[in-house]
Design a protein around this ligand. Structure first.
Ligand SMILES: *Cc1c(COP(=O)(O)O)cnc(C)c1O
Length: 392
């Protein structure tokens, strides 16, 4: 016993203090419950196109022993054609999460690594004023990975609260508020926003980008479900990058493929810190086949958007406040009982939605858009819970 304890103490000393203060990212649950309707992680309810599945199966043979293309050249040239840019404007990653992490490592100085411990949560930066080169900045609430990435790197976080309606603050308001840092080394903007679902106008995003002196990443993970996109900003402004992913809209979460679009100098800087074979081969195959069958996916986007509007109406009829959404999920506020209780009651009925305990969003549920059938089942469950029927 004593020896085991001293060995544990020994091994603890191998772990630096900055690491012990970290909190890992909390992903949505992936439970293995039969018949569960899973609406908690914004996965697409529709499978990849049959052509994509065939391509992945056809590539699954003895060639798995070979390394994949290190820079995903085939995929990048197809993306370049699609987006009307050059391959030098593109870097592909193991999901866009990897690219966000690389951008933090690439563009931000790790000022807290000198021994000072990173703090947990989403807290804002502390006085006295710290150098902007050490700052990862983002609006809050947004993607909960951002603070985690900042902490891992030993960067300073500057989380600036969005207004209650989750709209994008005007540059003049940000100047007046004084908390926003126009010189932050890296600014991350989720657009459309998650978890609110709110879309941001191109002109407003451009005004914000133009006011920033550091790198800006527009994280467009949900943009295919929106009315517009901001890719042009990444090709017009050298300090702006747009992040896209095949996960949500293209039903490929499992394969982990995302990419950044931007100026060749920034893209080149990221390539210099990239792992040698960062995008797995089957992911490259799947993504390339996806681009050859966009018609299939556009049909799905329309279906998801139509279902989203139907669900919004249905939930409003049950007394929920539904926020406008440009994504494949809805942020809704129940008015009759706490969101947490709704989350639990729905889970009892094998419907899993997302509830965040963080105080600024704990009044809400985030519900991914499923198939029409799943949404009908959800609305029936909502009616049952409201009527106090069945298990309740
Ligand atoms: C899902 C998501 C991502 C990550 O996508 P991957 O490509 O699967 O890593 C990035 N940003 C936001 C806002 C997301 O919701």
């Amino acid at each position: 016993m004593a020896r085991a304890r001293s060995r544990d103490a020994l091994v603890d000393r191998l772990i630096p203090a900055w690491n012990r203060g970290l909190h890992a990212y909390t992903p949505g649950e992936q439970p293995k419950v039969r018949g569960l309707i899973k609406l908690n992680t914004n996965e697409n309810p529709y499978p990849p196109s049959p052509k994509v599945l065939r391509a992945v199966k056809a590539a699954t043979d003895g060639r798995l022993r070979l390394y994949p293309n290190p820079t995903a050249d085939g995929l990048r040239s197809k993306l370049a054609r699609w987006h009307g840019c050059g391959v030098e404007n593109l870097i592909v990653g193991n999901g866009s999460d990897e690219l966000l992490a690389m951008a933090v490592r690439c563009f931000v100085r790790p000022g807290l690594r000198g021994g000072e411990q990173a703090t947990s949560g989403t807290g804002t930066r502390r006085k006295p004023k710290v150098p902007s080169g050490e700052i990862v900045q983002y609006f809050w609430p947004s993607y909960s990975l951002y603070p985690v990435l900042a902490d891992i790197h030993g960067a300073r976080r500057n989380a600036v609260a969005l207004p209650p309606d989750f709209s994008l603050p005007a540059v003049s308001d940000l100047r007046r508020g004084r908390q926003w840092d126009f010189r932050a080394a890296l600014t991350l903007v989720t657009t459309p926003n998650a978890p609110s679902g709110r879309g941001y106008a191109l002109g407003d995003l451009e005004a914000l980008c133009e006011a920033q002196q550091g790198v800006v990443i527009l994280d467009e993970a949900y943009v295919d479900f929106a009315d517009g996109h901001a890719l042009s900003l990444a090709l017009r402004h050298p300090h702006v990058l747009v992040a896209r992913t095949f996960s949500k809209a293209y039903s490929l979460c499992f394969q982990r493929v995302g990419y950044l679009v931007g100026h060749p100098a920034l893209i080149g800087a990221l390539h210099r810190i990239r792992d040698s074979y960062n995008v797995n081969g089957l992911g490259q195959v799947a993504a390339e086949a996806t681009l050859a069958d966009l018609v299939y996916y556009r049909r799905n986007f329309t279906r998801v958007r139509t279902t989203r509007d139907l669900l919004a109406k249905g939930l409003e009829a049950h007394g929920f406040r539904v926020l406008p959404s440009q994504t494949n999920f809805l942020l809704v506020e129940p008015t009759d009982r706490p969101a947490r209780e709704w989350f639990e009651r729905l889970r009892d009925r094998k419907i899993l939605v997302r509830w965040f305990s963080a105080s600024d969003v704990s009044r809400f549920l985030r519900i991914s858009i499923g198939t029409e059938n799943e949404m009908r089942t959800l609305l029936r469950a909502v009616a049952g819970i409201r009527g106090g029927k069945g298990r309740d």
